[in-house]
Write a protein that binds this ligand. Structure first.
Ligand code: ADP
Length: 484
């Protein structure tokens, strides 16, 4: 894509450069299949160099007063907002989401700098009453050290800043490895970090198409003290196992399988708005996307009619075109998974109310497009009820009573986000407390904000990003016992 002005290089110790091997790999548009750029295909050797750079500057960066570090972060925020349009275009070109969503993501991503720059000034310690008169007990918090961050392709900007902002705010230094599908947004963000003038090595970037080699270096290099990861539960487990060897700190944001419950006392119009936002944003490729929509049998018909009407109006296309609301799926693997989930459900008795098919005609021929879909008559045993679909498919399941639906909602190894709609305040509290999930949207289909903790129960992860909690992940607690 000629309009794209990226460095196309990695950023290590304050310098742009290629991989030691000289190898590169190409990045493609998921909408057109067109090749956008070549970027370095870094290996363990490059990762080691980046880790050393981050380690070298750690004493200098961690020693700065919090408001001084915050100044850098505010500057990064300002530049991101100033370049919002250009960043959004790069993001949509490589990731596919509609341009208005990409603009929203850049603003959301920048907001992590604001939030954590402010939080850095509130890393409070504690004094504790001693058991004897001649002692004073103090608790201080200190940065963990070098953080290796690994991010996914579904939010190529926000997942990067949600890790880098709190890490830098806490006084840590970072090596980032973005997803192989979306390295261009990360490169553009690092161009901004260069302009901000962070001391060399504070933030380093390596791109690779072989995440295993770099991942191994992150795990085995003793200079890395923490792994911050967002991605699949499968890779998260692998990293957690690997991190155990040196007892490295981990923060893991993994898969989800969000239930979305519409009770008989819900405001159905609001529930439809919530379901549309939760299900079809980012083509259904978010870990907090509604994956199973449970609707009380008494309102199933009314809710379904309203939902199908909305889904049929969604405009599918290249996210770079204004007005498009649903873009392509990220890659062949993601596309096949959505096709398989729909085929499996239909083969086992589900009915397609709208969509249900890939689109390959005309402008859709070179991309991986799937029509926004609503399925009904969903039953246990269908893959769509057990695995993360990551696509624009809304499966509807009828239910009879509250206890039954809570049990069904909790019947999964995942525990990231859950949603429900009800106008009964007692029910709202009762159900929110019983759902085994880290994020609950009550009459709200879009709960994620920088100032609130984001993270999962069970196999959806360890730790929290965002919120007051988000900076704690990057801090060690030190107890000082002082004898007088
Ligand atoms: P997804 O299925 O959404 O692509 P992944 O967990 O495979 O999720 O990818 C999320 C991130 O993890 C990406 O940056 C990817 O490159 C990285 N990744 C994948 N496999 C490994 C691995 N073995 N070690 C380290 N990182 C990995």
């Amino acid at each position: 894509m000629p309009a794209m002005q990226s460095q196309r290089q990695n950023y290590i110790g304050g310098k742009w450069g290629g991989a030691a091997s000289g190898r590169t790999f190409s990045v493609h548009s998921p909408a057109t299949g067109e090749e956008l750029e070549h970027v370095p295909d870094a290996g363990p050797q490059d990762a080691a160099r980046a880790i050393e750079a981050a380690h070298r500057v750690f004493p200098e960066w961690s020693k700065l007063a919090a408001p001084e570090r915050a100044t850098f972060l505010f500057k990064a925020r300002d530049l991101m907002l100033e370049r919002k349009e250009a960043l959004a275009r790069i993001l949509t070109a490589e990731q596919g989401k509609p341009l208005y969503e990409a603009r929203g993501e850049i603003a959301y991503a920048a907001a992590f700098f604001t939030w954590f720059a402010e939080e850095s000034k509130r890393v409070y310690g504690e004094t504790i009453p001693a058991t004897v008169p001649h002692k004073r007990l103090m608790v201080i918090k200190q940065p963990v050290g070098v953080v290796a961050a690994i991010t996914p392709w579904n939010f190529p900007a926000a997942m990067v800043t949600r890790k880098i902002a709190p890490a830098l705010a806490a006084g840590c230094t970072v090596v980032l490895k973005p997803a192989e599908q979306t390295p261009l947004t990360a490169i553009a963000l690092f161009k901004i970090f260069e302009e901000v003038g962070f001391p060399a090595g504070v933030a380093n970037l390596i791109t690779t198409q072989d995440p295993r080699g770099v991942g191994r270096e992150f795990l085995e290099n003793p200079l890395v003290r923490m792994i911050a990861f967002t991605g699949s539960t499968e890779v998260g487990k692998l990293l957690m196992r690997g991190a155990a060897e040196q007892v490295k700190r981990v923060s893991l944001e993994l898969g989800g399988h969000a239930p979305f419950i519409v009770f008989d006392d819900a405001d159905l119009d609001k529930a439809v708005v919530g379901a549309m936002a939760s299900k079809f944003r980012n083509m259904g490729q978010t870990c907090i996307c509604a994956n199973r929509i449970y609707v009380h049998e008494s309102v199933l018909e009314a809710f379904t009619a309203k939902l199908v009407e909305q889904v049929e109006q969604l405009k599918l296309g290249n996210g770079l075109e204004e007005g498009v609301q649903v873009g392509p799926l990220i890659d062949e693997q993601g596309f096949k998974k959505v096709c398989t989930h729909v085929e499996d459900a239909v083969a086992k008795g589900a009915r397609v109310l709208t969509g249900g098919q890939p689109r390959t005609d005309g402008p859709f021929a070179q991309g991986r497009f799937f029509s926004p879909t609503v399925l009904t008559d969903i039953r246990k045993g269908m893959r769509i009820l057990e695995e993360e679909t990551f696509g624009p498919v809304a499966p509807l399941i009828a239910f009879r009573d509250e206890a039954e639906v809570i049990q069904a909602a909790n019947d999964t190894p995942y525990g990231l986000a859950a949603y429900f709609f009800s106008q009964n305040v007692s029910r709202c509290i009762r159900v929110a407390e019983q759902l085994e999930y880290g994020i609950i949207g009550v009459n709200d289909g879009m709960p994620a904000v920088p100032q609130a903790p984001f993270g999962g129960f069970k196999e959806s992860g360890v730790g929290r990003e965002g919120g007051r909690e988000g900076i704690e992940e990057f801090l060690e607690v030190k107890f000082i016992s002082l004898g007088l």
